[in-house]
Design a protein around this ligand. Sequence first.
Ligand code: C5P
Length: 240
Amino acid sequence: MEKQALLYEGKAKRVYLTNDENIVWIEYKDSATAFNGEKKAEIAGKGRLNNEITSLLFSKLHEVGVSSHFIKKVSETEQLVKRVEIIPLEVIVRNYAAGSFSKRLGVEEGKKFHRPLVEFCLKNDDLGDPLVTDDQIDILQIAGSEEVEYLKTKALEVNQVLTGFFQEIGVRLVDFKLEFGKDAEGNILLADEVSPDTCRLWDLETNQKLDKDVFRRDLGSLTTAYETILGRLGGEKACT
Ligand code: C5P
């Protein structure tokens, strides 16, 4: 497989074309951003950690029958994925109150929900990724009601599997964000990444934050937190 021209550069990743029109080459960057890009930093090693963690989680999901765009990891910071057109929605699953839910609705962080909650936000940086209802998604012609139901079902399935994986390694899956895309045949595939950048992960016993909130809230070393997650998942340590 040959890495070709840069197709797109986002806040955390670069996407390159390959010699296969159905496959793209993803490079994870060391950039950290929060609050819609208002807070920024370069953190050495972050790209490697997110690539390793995402590759491990997508592989584990695949083993239990949850497919995604992921094909394989090709280097410490790169992976090959199926080319999809991203559906411009952030699909958020919450098991406990935290973050924007707590802030907006005045619920104490850490309160367990009696069932998982699925929310949708419009992927639009200029608008600050606003929450959208199922009807708004339909009116905006982003996805019809059947597709929205499919996204909810898939997101809840991923939640069930990931909650189990994380529980086994002593981590509470508080909430996370997924993205989905459509391949050339119109099949909806889980895409983007699943990493401590996109999940809230708290130590089961101490509630220590092991995710991007460490960066958002200046709680210490992001790489130490992400290394803890990678280490517990059985991933490889950095070459020194
Ligand atoms: O900020 P909020 O509480 O809505 O985030 C919910 C979950 O979605 C968190 O795990 C957060 O890391 C993730 N998220 C994300 N990218 C965004 C917004 C939220 O990965 N643009």
